[in-house]
Write a protein that binds this ligand. Structure first.
Ligand code: GLA
Length: 625
């Protein structure tokens, strides 16, 4: 497709056909050029096993094609029909405490169940057959938000196969999982279970491996469908959902999709969270295209209640994604549903219909995106944050030294501080080539392999600046503590050793005036210099020259103000723009300036507005929205 994609999930199966005609007229008005069709339409496409009713979808796709609207056609496998569940009860999800769920919502299937795998491949093949050459087809949207957990016997069998491939022998597995503790030694593969509900604390290595397995197992199911759709020659993706509960390693998955697609529903400070989500997506895509596949029109879901977005807010946050490289912005969903579980989820056309502020803003945003200067949105940055699923997942285990350890919160804080500083960081991983960066942050990188630690050490030796925060480099990939003083993997690089963790009951003030919260440690310096000390005079923040570079260590959780001071300490330049102004410069010189404040900031930058300058910045050539 030329230009940016704009549209949303379109569910015509929920509406009579006369509404479809109004839909396409309104889509044209709003400059919608791509809609995601059929995500949850399995029971309407295959009302009985092997009986297909494609006639309505034929009419929908033809109507969209006649109106120049392209289709991102979904396989409906995230919501099997009731007939399927009744025919194959063994394919229903089993929770960790052994409850087999019943159909009646969505995502109630087991990806390891043979019947589900076969049914999913059949419906994907039927869609590829029928629509592979349809002129409206622009993209395939496999499934929806992979992330469903199951603990049934099919999963147990698949987990054992995965473990056999990973460890080869039971001895290796027993060693990796430290099964000598609490008499968990396995003498037969058949004894190994998914981490079902158990008496007390589960084995952390088993739990972490189970998440890795779920990620690989779901990825294999994505590949099943992708390979069926591949002969159609149309780009294929699946929409990534983000959250602590999601057992998906997006680094691994991103390599398997033709473009990265994310769903983004900020629940707190939407400006900061949108930038975070977009930087992650761009980093996962690694120079390949990515798209914002879903966001909410008109309202923000804050966890407790929905909040109407302020005038212009929807456009501003969308523009953050576009500025950070998205090839389009889509919504869930086109028309708000009358009934059903998500009847109160907003739509681009809300319940009030097109005579509404939301639709007016949706149309204005469509025009804006259509008028943006075409360009290739590559962003070069010298600063990166390490993002690691093993550490995120391992730090969700019970039995850690403090319940206040929160990996995502720490990574978000690092990103937030950089965002407020006017910096656009990439995310990267210790297993990647990190040599192009000058500064890398490693917040709470608890799990690290020997190769990952060597990569970080070489990065510093070659002149990089590494900022390591507490609970980094503590365990190997099996969550076994690296012995001899923490952080075992990075002691030499940091020039220190930790002999005790000292989680805090109350905040402390460091010698630098920064506030330390949640966590502290007893450090012994073996080469590093103290830059900040605790009230008892022991080191809190340190710096160590290593080769041509510098490794910093922050042994506590700083407040946001303290983190801002840390950026100054490490020598990051102060922000060039006033607070609340976001400026993103692309490799080709195109510059986006977004004003998140309620005041006019500089020539032409109205409250809540944004300016795009094509090519190298020339103030007089920018167009303001
Ligand atoms: C997700 C799903 C959509 C919808 C929205 C809103 O992103 O993909 O189907 O449920 O959330 O809740």
């Amino acid at each position: 497709m030329e230009g940016l994609c704009y549209g949303g999930d379109y569910n015509p199966e929920q509406w009579p056909e006369e509404v479809w005609r109004e839909d396409v007229a309104l889509m044209r008005e709003a400059r919608v050029n791509l809609v995601t069709v059929g995500v949850f339409a399995w029971s309407r496409l295959e009302p009985r096993e092997g009986v297909y009713t494609f006639d309505w979808l034929d009419r929908v796709l033809d109507l969209l094609a006649e109106n120049g609207i392209r289709v991102n056609l979904a396989t409906p496998t995230a919501s099997p029909p009731p007939w399927f569940s009744l025919a194959h009860p063994d394919a229903l999800t089993v929770t960790a405490d052994g409850v087999r769920l019943t159909h009646g919502s969505r995502d109630t299937y087991c990806v390891s169940a043979p019947a589900y795998q076969e049914a999913a491949k059949r419906i994907a093949a039927a869609l590829a057959d029928r629509y592979g050459e349809h002129p409206a087809l622009a993209m395939w949207h496999v499934h929806n938000e992979y992330g469903t957990w199951c603990h049934c016997d099919h999963v147990a069998a698949a987990f054992r196969i995965w473990l056999t491939a990973r460890y080869g022998t039971l001895d290796a597995l027993n060693e990796a999982w430290t099964t000598a503790f609490w008499s968990q030694y396995y003498s037969d593969w058949a004894q190994i279970m998914p981490p079902r509900k158990t008496q007390y604390l589960p084995n952390p290595a088993q739990t972490l491996d189970f998440r890795r397995f779920l990620s690989d197992e779901m990825l294999a199911r994505y590949r099943d469908q992708r390979d069926i759709l591949r002969p159609t020659g149309v780009p294929i993706t699946t929409n990534f959902v983000f959250g602590a509960w999601v057992p998906v390693d997006h680094w691994r998955w991103s390599a398997e999709v033709d473009l990265v697609a994310i769903d983004d529903y900020p629940s707190g400070n939407a400006a900061e969270e949108s930038a975070f989500a977009a930087d992650l997506a761009r980093s996962w895509a690694r120079e390949r295209p990515w798209i914002l596949m879903e966001q909410a029109a008109g309202v923000q879901y804050t966890g407790r209640r929905m909040r109407a977005k302020d005038p212009g807010e929807m456009a501003r946050h969308t523009m953050q994604h576009i500025a950070r490289g998205a090839r389009g912005a889509m919504f869930f969903q086109w028309r708000a549903s009358r009934g059903g579980a998500e009847q109160w989820h907003h739509g681009m056309v809300p319940h009030a219909g097109p005579a509404s502020r939301t639709f007016h803003e949706i149309s204005a945003l469509g025009r804006t995106l259509a008028e943006l200067p075409p360009h290739t949105p590559a962003i070069d940055t010298e600063i990166a944050i390490l993002w690691d699923y093993d550490s995120w997942w391992a730090l969700q285990a019970p039995g850690l030294p403090s319940t206040e350890i929160d990996y995502l919160d720490s990574v978000r804080q690092t990103h937030r501080a950089l965002w407020r500083n006017g910096t656009v960081p990439d995310f990267t991983h210790p297993s990647h080539d990190i040599s192009r960066y000058r500064t890398i942050f490693a917040p709470n990188l608890y799990v690290i392999t020997d190769a990952g630690a060597a990569n970080l050490t070489a990065f510093v030796a070659q002149g990089g600046t590494l900022i390591v925060s507490y609970l980094t480099g503590i365990t190997d990939e099996h969550t076994r503590v690296r012995l001899g003083g923490h952080p075992g993997a990075l002691r030499d690089l940091l020039g220190l050793t930790i002999d005790e963790f000292r989680p805090l009951d109350a905040p402390l003030t460091l010698s630098t005036g920064q506030t330390a919260t949640r966590w502290s440690e007893s450090l012994h310096l073996t080469g590093a210099q103290a830059v900040a000390t605790y009230p008892d005079g022991t080191p809190a923040i340190t710096r160590h020259a290593h080769g041509a570079g510098t490794a910093w260590y922050v042994s506590t959780h700083l407040t946001d103000d303290g983190y801002a001071d840390l950026l100054t300490m490490i020598g990051l330049p102060a922000p060039a723009d006033p607070p609340g102004v976001e400026r993103i410069v692309h490799r080709d010189g195109t510059t986006y300036t977004i004003n998140h404040t309620t005041t006019t900031l500089g020539p032409g930058l109205s409250p809540g507005g944004f300016i795009v300058h094509p090519g190298p910045v020339k103030a007089e050539t920018g167009q303001e929205w």
